[in-house]
Design a binder for this molecule. Structure first.
Ligand SMILES: C[S@@+](CC[C@H](N)C(=O)[O-])C[C@H]1O[C@@H](n2cnc3c(N)ncnc32)[C@H](O)[C@@H]1O
Length: 274
């Protein structure tokens, strides 16, 4: 069973990749590294006509699933590799024209806790021409002071923001009670600071406001349900099952009333070696 739910996907997910394609323009993709690979990013990379691609995943089960999904679209020059960016020897000497870190930053906490501030420096020797980083702003928390809310995140519906935060909190509670680790997302400005102090020049960045759909509500609450059998306290698991059902009903009703849950933003950064 995967340790994590997939990162919540933006609507539509391809908007992030089409923005990267527009930024890339006519420049060739060359050798591509997907530094935290998954079905979604790999499908996109397969469409680019890269001269070769390598995809990294921290867990062998993930690698096997991906290998089956890619099937015979994998050429002899392409590779799926299990490894951990914590290991200083991992991919030593390999250099790529284009490196993608797609929702890798948020997932680091599961495989290399507290390594987030070292991630971009760790990737730096592998970046030949350009690094594209995709991430998700932490959910808006009404209890935090206003300056923590990015001005360019687009309009956020307060009811949608509150229920998305409620879903995220319930999901994280279930993940923790199952004995697993949660994602930890970082804001765009954190990533820009970290890139600047890790040997890169940030060329451009953009936030893409999110409107969550029913798939998000169901996907996140399905994660909660999958964690219930791992709770030690069976009474708590039963009570939690009731809370999940109740929240699902409320969130889907709000989604239908508002025509989507408009809150938060994904972000993309293009960074080049300094
Ligand atoms: C949220 S998933 C990325 C999503 C993916 N791009 C997609 O399209 O679905 C995070 C990926 O990064 C990998 N990962 C996380 N931490 C890692 C680490 N420390 N070293 C290597 N890979 C890591 C995970 O194994 C997983 O493949």
């Amino acid at each position: 069973m995967p340790l994590f739910a997939r990162a919540p996907k933006p609507p539509p997910p391809d908007q992030l990749f089409s923005t990267i394609e527009a930024w890339q323009g006519d420049r060739p993709w060359g050798r591509v590294l997907d530094a935290g690979t998954g079905r979604h990013s790999l499908e996109w990379i397969l469409s680019l006509g890269a001269s070769s691609w390598h995809g990294v995943t921290a867990g062998a089960p993930g690698e096997g699933e991906l290998r089956r999904a890619v099937g015979d679209r994998m050429r002899p020059v392409d590779r799926l590799i299990s490894g951990n960016w914590l290991d200083p020897e991992f991919l030593r000497g390999e250099r790529y024209d284009t490196v993608l870190a797609d929702y890798l930053l948020g997932a680091i906490d599961g495989f290399a806790p507290y390594f987030q501030d070292r991630l971009f420096a760790r990737l730096r020797p592998h970046v030949g021409r350009v690094l594209y980083v995709v991430g998700l702003d932490p959910y808006l928390d009404p209890s935090l002071p206003d300056p923590s809310k990015p001005a360019d995140a687009g309009p956020s519906d307060p009811e949608a923001a509150a229920i998305v935060l409620e879903i995220a909190r319930l999901r994280d509670a279930c993940i923790l009670l199952a004995g697993h680790r949660c994602y930890r997302e970082y804001p765009l400005e954190w990533a820009e600071r970290s890139l600047a102090s890790s040997g890169y020049v940030v060329q451009r960045s953009q936030r893409l406001p999110i409107v969550y759909g029913r798939r998000f509500v169901d996907g996140q609450l399905d994660v909660c349900e999958r964690k219930l059998p791992l709770f030690h306290d069976r009474k708590l698991a039963t009570a939690m099952a009731g809370s999940i059902t109740e929240l699902r009903g409320r969130a889907l009703a709000l989604h239908d009333r508002l025509g989507g849950l408009r809150t938060g933003a994904d972000w993309i950064v293009e960074a080049r070696p300094a």
